[in-house]
Design a protein around this ligand. Sequence first.
Ligand SMILES: CC(C)(COP(=O)(O)OP(=O)(O)OC[C@H]1O[C@@H](n2cnc3c(N)ncnc32)[C@H](O)[C@@H]1OP(=O)(O)O)[C@@H](O)C(=O)NCCC(=O)NCCS
Ligand SMILES: [Zn+2]
Length: 185
Amino acid sequence: MSVMNHDTAEVSAGATVGDGTKIWNHAQVREGARIGANCVIGKNVYIDAGVTIGSGVKIQNNVSVYAGVTVEDDVFLGPGMTFTNDLYPRAFSAEWEITPTSVKKGASIGAGAVIVCGVEIGEYAMVGAGAVVTRDVPAYTLAVGNPAAPVWRVCRCGRRLGGDGKCSACGAEWPYLRSGDREQD
Ligand SMILES: CC(C)(COP(=O)(O)OP(=O)(O)OC[C@H]1O[C@@H](n2cnc3c(N)ncnc32)[C@H](O)[C@@H]1OP(=O)(O)O)[C@@H](O)C(=O)NCCC(=O)NCCS
Ligand SMILES: [Zn+2]
């Protein structure tokens, strides 16, 4: 296996990219970035210097993964979703601080969502399209809206879990995720 870089992709010689990863048109991968195996890096994606991306990650078109963001294995980043890394941006400020953000294994972020930095998107969590995330999203939880709020638990397959922790879509059971319809926390 090897890496597929589109002719127009710009991948720094100082970046490392795992086997089987595909990097599409006009994507840019900066120096010191580390991308795992079997990822798909879409058109116009920007991976900042020093960023770590796990294996099996899918990044849809027009996503920028800025310094301070960590993306674990099997994460899905929907088209045009936006990360941030500066909580109090000023164009004229020379001293600014990166606030880290973490997207844990198997989590998905819907199209056009905005992640305000300093949060953790938990394992297999899901963020709805267009959400503005300002607080941590617990593992196996769907959060939607602005500001994003948890609405219900989700299965590893992405569908809603019943109150008994059973998935009506794939039949998987997650008894420790038993809950009411709506998250109260
Ligand atoms: C959030 C999501 C997972 C919910 O899907 P679902 O379980 O099928 O939910 P439903 O469509 O039955 O909607 C349930 C309720 O949530 C609302 N809702 C659905 N998606 C929403 C979103 N992104 N933001 C806010 N509310 C949303 C619906 O309007 C509905 O509200 P109602 O009960 O008041 O009528 C889905 O709508 C979504 O946003 N998926 C991400 C899609 C995406 O960005 N894909 C990227 C790759 S193309
Ligand atoms: Zn399921």
